[in-house]
Design a binder for this molecule. Structure first.
Ligand SMILES: [Zn+2]
Length: 251
């Protein structure tokens, strides 16, 4: 998929792979993950496809600890993880984990409070993810695309609807258009609600493809419950992380 996107065979792509990969470390699997699929794509693109600067955006509800561990010292790979605060791995993905050595500043964690809804996700996308990608100017954008922030997921406590996933997708598409000639690959990670994950996945792929096929049948329920606005404690967390974006530069 990454080769097809880099070569221009397709505009963007969604790799519907299983098992997930974003918890996997170089020496061992973790969580439900065996191999870190996105990390393999990054190193393949750098080694074989002539791409130097790559951004990874991880919106799985659990921390993208694998990429943080693998690329933490590497300023050629910007890693941004938007996840639920201290969900999995335990105590992983803190705001203060910012990369080490030459990679300092190129690992950004956004540990959203439990119960964050579309408004909080939209604010994080607009305030941190978009500006960080703009500052870094990647040549390729990869996304660890988990749908487990969804409002019906049994393995987390966030309340995101298809509206949130559409915003995230639009954010990375805009970033890829700015600096990467649109080169964008989403790679499937988690997502455990058999009822809602299919709608979240479809909405994401519809956004990538620029088409609309099917309405979200669950949205009138989960989206109509109210309380989707940004809340002060969520804004405070995102604003704290946003201060770190100024450390991201075009290397
Ligand atoms: Zn997950």
């Amino acid at each position: 998929m990454t080769e097809a996107v880099v070569n221009g065979t397709v505009d963007n792509g969604y790799a519907l792979v299983n098992p997930a990969g974003h918890h996997a470390l170089p020496e061992t699997g973790l969580g439900f993950c065996i191999f870190n699929n996105v990390a393999v794509a990054v190193r393949h693109a750098q080694a074989e496809l002539g791409i130097e600067r790559i951004a990874i955006v991880d919106w799985d509800v659990h921390h993208g600890n694998g990429a943080q561990a693998i690329f933490g010292e590497d300023p050629s790979v910007l890693t941004v993880s938007l996840h639920q605060d201290r969900c999995f791995p335990p105590n992983s993905g803190l705001v203060t984990d910012r990369g080490t050595g030459a990679g300092h500043g190129y690992n950004i964690n956004i540990p959203m409070p439990v119960g964050t809804r579309d408004g909080g996700y939209q604010y994080a996308a607009q305030t941190v993810i978009g500006p960080a990608l703009e500052a870094f100017a990647p040549e390729l954008v990869l996304v660890a695309s988990g749908f487990d922030p969804n409002a019906m997921d049994p393995l987390a406590r966030q309340l995101v609807t298809t509206r949130g996933f559409i915003t995230l997708t639009e954010t990375v598409m805009a970033a890829a258009d700015r600096s990467a000639q649109g080169r964008l690959v989403l790679v499937q990670e988690g997502g455990y609600s058999p009822v809602y994950v299919p709608f979240c996945g479809l909405a994401t792929i519809e956004t990538l493809a620029g088409v609309h096929v099917l309405d979200d049948a669950i949205l009138p329920v989960v989206g109509g419950m109210g309380g989707h606005d940004l809340e002060p404690h969520q804004k405070a967390l995102v604003d704290l992380v946003a201060e770190h974006v100024t450390d991201v530069h075009h290397p």
